[in-house]
Design a protein around this ligand. Structure first.
Ligand SMILES: *Cc1c(COP(=O)(O)O)cnc(C)c1O
Length: 456
């Protein structure tokens, strides 16, 4: 293992509530880890979104905020940075990733359209549906098999893709929604070879590809270490190459961008840019700040440069995740393999085989992990998948996972060892664990606010 490429300049005290306290807190949070107060969480692995520790260079950038309403200098920095690193021509800042998804979906999806993608992401899919589209999964089958060790589980299956295009006609396909380091599959990358072939296929049918670039740095890292011929490429060149094979991207900079808030939409098409600028002023803010303060734009520009050019940052982060996963594997705990980029995903179906999917095994496991060690994880299974908007039936995704996401530059090796031990304790008593029932269900994105109760 190589040591972190940083040292710690400021610390934030954390406390671990007692066992009894945890029981009460979990009950008042309705067994939903999204409803836990952060002050009652010891280690927070809920998400790596916006939870990054910024560098001193980024913090210094906050003091350089140009808070002019229009034409802020920090926007110019951001625009330059995205042109340098990603290579797209036009940039529209948004408050975070879903702001960009909203604008892209509204402008490019017509009612009744199909939006093929390499597995769904929650906010991406809902924006596609709200715009009248229907998401259709074209990821390779291996992505749905938590035990498959395919190195590029984020790849597209061209047979599935072409069959969809032929069935619906190219005119009915809004675009291909292509995600880097596919979150819901466990942080699994696509290969450049696969993307290049997808580009050829879509060129043939004149279909656009929009990248979900949220985890593009991690995807580029995996290409560098796993794909033949890229070992010596700088990360930035790999990122540029990915982007050059797509027509634009949505980005949540709260992940690989190393900031606590921010995102953007980027594209090469001038007409789409004009429309996006007209729309961002309605929903986010003027097209030179997009719902962000000037200082946030500066922190984002600096974070993106740092993430793409200091390659040790992403390498160390991924190593931390890999080591955490390996310590769970050593205890025979079932996890998704290969271990992904941003977190370790427990396979709740194999962890709790005695619970049917309608007893919310992954949700149950997040509650048990909190009870055991005050570590907060996230459900990524039947609750997150929601219901089919047409039939009202629950989707039953093949993956029923608990995601333990590691915030960037926040926790030490000892923290991760503590969490692995706690999860090991839960595994020891797994046979005694009972499931949950849902007692309150929000209409959209139910996993954020749903309530549960233990089954008797
Ligand atoms: C987080 C995320 C989003 C949404 O971004 P927000 O900043 O949370 O709005 C979209 N796609 C992927 C893959 C993500 O991980």
């Amino acid at each position: 293992m190589f040591p972190p490429p940083y040292k710690i300049k400021a610390v934030e005290p954390i406390e671990c509530p007692s066992q009894e306290e945890r029981q009460d807190i979990l009950k008042s949070a309705h067994y939903n880890t999204f409803l836990l107060p952060s002050s009652k969480v010891y280690l927070d692995f809920l998400t790596d979104s916006g939870t990054t520790a910024m560098s001193d260079f980024q913090w210094a950038g906050l003091m350089m905020g140009d808070e002019a309403y229009a034409g802020s200098l920090n926007f110019e920095h951001l625009e330059q940075c995205i042109r340098d690193i990603f290579g797209y021509r036009y940039i529209v800042p948004t408050h975070q990733g879903r702001g960009a998804e909203h604008i892209l979906s509204q402008l490019t999806i017509r009612k009744g359209d199909i939006v093929p993608g390499n597995m769904y992401f929650t906010t991406t899919k809902i924006h596609q549906e709200l715009a009248g589209g229907e998401f259709s999964d074209i990821i390779i089958d291996e992505a749905h098999d938590p035990s498959s060790e395919h190195p590029f589980k984020g790849n597209v299956d061209f047979k599935k893709c072409e069959a969809l295009i032929k069935k619906h006609t190219p005119q009915k396909i809004s675009y291909i929604s292509h995600e880097a380091c596919v979150n819901m599959a466990g942080g699994q990358p696509f290969s450049l070879e696969n993307l290049r072939e997808l580009r050829e296929l879509t060129n043939h049918y004149k279909i656009k590809i929009y990248l979900d670039a949220t985890r593009i740095v991690e995807n580029a890292h995996f290409i560098k270490v796993r794909e033949k011929g890229y070992e010596k490429y700088p990360l930035v060149s790999i990122i540029r190459e990915i982007c050059s094979l797509t027509d634009g991207c949505t980005m949540s900079a709260k992940k690989d961008g190393l900031v606590n808030i921010g995102g953007f939409l980027a594209m090469n098409d001038e007409e789409l840019f004009t429309q996006a600028k007209a729309m961002v002023v309605i929903y986010e803010g003027l097209h030179t700040y997009g719902g962000l303060a000037g200082r946030d734009l500066e922190a984002m520009a600096r974070g993106l440069y740092e993430a793409a050019t200091d390659e040790r940052i992403v390498a160390h982060r991924i190593q931390q995740v890999q080591e955490f996963g390996k310590s769970l594997l050593k205890a025979d705990i079932p996890i998704v393999k290969p271990i992904g980029g941003h977190g370790v995903f427990l396979d709740a179906k194999r962890f709790l085989p005695h619970l049917s999917q309608d007893m919310f095994p992954a949700q149950t496991l997040t509650a048990e992990i909190y009870l055991e060690c005050a570590v907060r994880a996230m459900e990524r299974g039947i609750v997150s998948a929601g219901r089919n908007p047409k039939t009202g039936e629950n989707y039953h995704p093949s993956l029923e996972l608990v995601r333990l996401t590691i915030p960037r530059r926040v926790y030490t090796q000892e923290h991760l060892e503590y969490a692995a031990q706690g999860i090991g304790q839960v595994f020891q008593r797994r046979n005694k664990i009972r499931g949950l029932k849902m007692t309150f269900e929000p209409k959209q994105l139910r996993f954020f606010q749903a309530h549960f109760e233990p089954l008797r």
